[in-house]
Design a protein around this ligand. Structure first.
Ligand code: HEM
Length: 163
């Protein structure tokens, strides 16, 4: 009995903490994506060399993308009550469907695109190709993320910041 109560309380606390971190880290992701895109587009258009700074911008973007995926997976499979609903029921409700299917699939596709972007950019043989590949993949990834964040003005709305 005590263990059950303790477990539920702990689980609720962890849920709140992870939700706050996931909410704040969206901005770290967005800023790092904008910076990496800015560097790769200007490098591509102005035919600049691919420098250590470009690599660092890409590393930060990967870091925040991975962090969001790990915390998102924990929320999805362990802590969130929204994603605990069985699929059949969740599909009938637009809010539950968003959490159960739409947010996770769009975000995972975006994360894969960003990761693939880094790999193909690293493997490219010229600096121009490195910038170009990074730019294209990161821009598509960012657009997918922007479309799938539960902004306060979206159909499924969450606050700008949770604290
Ligand atoms: C760059 C990637 C991502 C961004 C920017 C992002 C952003 C967000 C935001 C802003 C929220 C709302 C937080 C709040 O209520 O204050 C949220 C909630 C959530 N996200 Fe993500 N997310 C990302 C990736 C993912 C991934 C990959 C998954 C699943 C694997 C995921 C699963 C969830 C879940 C389960 C919730 C919470 C639903 C609830 O309230 O219980 N997210 N996300």
């Amino acid at each position: 009995m005590f263990l059950v109560l303790f477990n539920n309380k702990y689980k609720f606390h962890m849920y709140q903490v992870l939700l706050i971190i996931h909410s704040i880290l969206r901005y770290a992701f967005l800023f790092s994506a904008l910076y990496a895109i800015y560097r790769s587009v200007s490098g591509w258009q102005n035919k600049l060399p691919y420098t250590d700074r470009d690599n660092k911008a890409s590393v930060f973007l990967i870091l925040f993308t991975h962090s969001q995926v790990v915390i998102g997976l924990l929320l999805y499979f362990v802590f969130s009550p929204y994603t605990a609903t069985p699929m059949k029921e969740a599909m009938k409700d637009s809010v539950l469907r968003f959490w159960k299917v739409e947010h996770i699939s769009m975000m995972l596709i975006a994360a894969v695109l960003i990761q693939v972007g880094r790999i193909v950019s690293k493997k490219a043989s010229t600096d121009l190709e490195k910038h170009k590949k990074a730019a294209i993949f990161y821009i598509i990834g960012l657009l997918l993320v922007l479309a799938s964040i539960p902004w306060p003005f979206a159909n499924v709305a969450r606050p700008w910041l949770r604290y």
